[in-house]
Design a protein around this ligand. Structure first.
Ligand code: HEM
Length: 497
């Protein structure tokens, strides 16, 4: 693996920073009205890069485009063909995809307020600020903005102080990117929280040691502003330092969630809290239900709430249910169960010569399915107590603008969403999908998915049935978050013509 240094100045900042200190954020969804005016704006937009500054910035700007956006900008077909199939078809482009992602029933794209049929934005402009984000947005528009773009929607966000609308601390567990490019094949033989850069940036080697497909252009002088492709030095890399950005507006029924949990708990506050935490896999303060690991895990920074755990010490799911949201969305060391981490035991395990629990054996390697989450909440705060109070005034919508970055949409976001979160067979279970995110619709063979199995330390599991749907997808799209040179190139080489 080449250890070429990383070009932070060419990477959009969101790949490296969550911009947590910039508590105000607004995501503008736009359609390109005038190609040349839009290209002129894109070419000069003050996009923030991933260089760490001595004085943290007070504002940040990120820009990403959908496939129809690139088409409208005039990017030629042979270049467009270099992007991944999922990006080309879009989040709802195929019925099969919508079904796998769980976007059916009330969450079907036809009902989305944006991103569905005839409502796909071309561009998302993501503005972050310490204060007065609207003033910041006004400052970056420039004279040609109204000629360039038709405004579709502004996704506003709320600072809930690190807590998502149901009331749980969020943004704790993230993969640690191997910015130094030191990860070796040997490191991959044991469970760590470190991920190769190529999992989150195009143009770098991924966990397979390969380079994810992306548009490569010839070495013509006209393409010389693009970086050279690391794996094909005679080509220019339009993907390098870019990645795919998934944006999904997920409405949360905060009242419905707490009322259901409270009903199941017979109104007992402690039981209610325990059940809600079991559905998430962490307490509201963020502490994991699975026991903490005694030894450090590479790539996990010690801190509170803690992220130093695997499911090794909870193989039968008595502490953290198998179906809990965090266990589904990252089963952690599922591919390295206890006793399989040495070189020879790993080989024996891979050859099937080692006894492992069937549950451990049916999950795929987690390191190929990591997500870098960058979402922001929207709607006012509604505490569990307020949600349970009859007649408490609550007319506003609550939810999460779920955002994640990944270099391979199908192997990362789509896999996590469909094979783990929405799967009624995850971990050998039946009758349930993710307790927070499931759409509760029966699967093809009419098998219900509206239960939640709460295994308990007594060994007796309690099956909770009739779990309602707590979330509705209101919009979504796949974007390409280009490297900054690539963004300028797209604007000047194609859009300006
Ligand atoms: C309204 C929607 C959602 C809510 C309320 C929610 C809530 C949470 C909470 C409270 C955590 C634990 C805190 C943390 O570890 O950072 C978490 C973790 C996580 N969520 Fe979600 N989430 C939502 C949607 C999604 C979606 C759509 C995905 C992926 C497709 C996802 C993937 C993850 C992942 C990967 C983790 C970290 C798991 C780990 O590494 O332990 N979440 N989420």
């Amino acid at each position: 693996m080449s250890a070429n240094p990383v070009e932070y100045s060419d990477i959009q900042g969101l790949v490296r920073f969550g911009y947590g200190a910039l508590t105000q954020a607004s995501f503008l969804l736009l359609e390109i009205r005038d190609r040349r005016a839009a290209a002129a704006w894109l070419a000069s937009a003050p996009v923030s890069n991933a260089v760490e500054l001595d004085t943290p910035p007070q504002t940040a700007l990120q820009v990403a485009l959908t496939y129809p956006g690139l088409q409208t900008l005039g990017v030629p077909q042979p270049v467009l063909a270099g992007f991944s199939d999922e990006f080309q078809s879009g989040m709802w482009g195929q019925e099969n995809r919508s079904r796998r992602l769980g976007d059916v029933g009330a969450s079907a794209p036809a009902a989305w307020t944006w991103g569905g049929p005839d409502k796909v934005p071309h561009v998302v402009v993501m503005a972050y600020a310490q204060r007065a984000v609207d003033t910041f947005i006004d400052s970056i528009k420039g004279a040609a903005w109204d000629t360039a773009f038709r405004f579709i929607e502004s996704l506003s966000t709320t600072d809930l102080d690190g807590v998502e609308p149901f009331g749980f601390t969020d943004g704790i567990s993230q993969p640690t990117l191997d910015w130094e490019r030191r990860r070796t094949t040997e490191d991959q033989l044991k469970y760590t929280n470190v991920a190769c850069l190529g999992e989150f940036l195009l143009g770098y080697a991924n966990e397979y040691g390969h380079y994810t497909d992306r548009p490569l252009l010839t070495n013509d002088p006209g393409n010389s502003s693009l970086p050279t492709a690391e794996d094909a030095p005679d080509m220019r890399d339009l993907g390098r330092n870019g990645t795919y950005l998934v944006l999904r507006q997920i409405q949360q029924d905060v009242r419905g969630f707490w009322q259901f949990v409270n009903g199941q708990a017979g109104g007992d506050p402690q039981t209610r809290e325990r059940l809600a935490s079991a559905m998430v896999g962490r307490t509201r303060d963020g502490e994991p239900l699975a026991p903490l690991s005694n030894s450090p895990i590479p790539g996990v920074t010690p801190g509170k709430p803690s992220n130093q755990f695997t499911y090794d010490s909870d193989v039968d799911g008595t502490r953290c249910p198998f179906g809990a949201h965090v266990r589904r969305s990252n089963p952690r060391n599922a591919d390295f169960p206890d006793g399989t981490t040495g070189f020879f035991s790993k080989i024996a395990y891979d050859l099937g010569l080692k006894h492992v629990e069937i549950r451990q054996d049916i999950k795929s390697s987690t390191r190929f399915h990591r997500l870098l989450r960058r979402g922001r909440e929207y709607g006012p705060a509604l505490s569990p107590e307020q949600a349970l109070q009859p007649g408490y005034p609550d007319k506003a919508e609550h939810g999460l603008h779920f955002i994640c970055l990944n270099a391979n949409l199908s192997r990362q976001f789509e896999f996590v969403q469909s094979a783990w979160i929405m799967s009624s067979k995850f971990n050998g279970m039946t009758g349930e999908t993710d307790p927070l995110l499931g759409n509760r619709l029966p699967v093809a063979n009419a098998q219900p998915t509206d239960s939640f199995l709460l295994s308990q330390e007594s060994g007796l599991a309690r099956r909770i049935s009739g779990v309602p749907r707590f979330v509705t997808v209101r919009g979504g799209a796949y974007f390409f978050l280009p490297g900054i040179k690539a963004l300028k190139f797209l604007a000047t080489a194609y859009g300006a013509k």
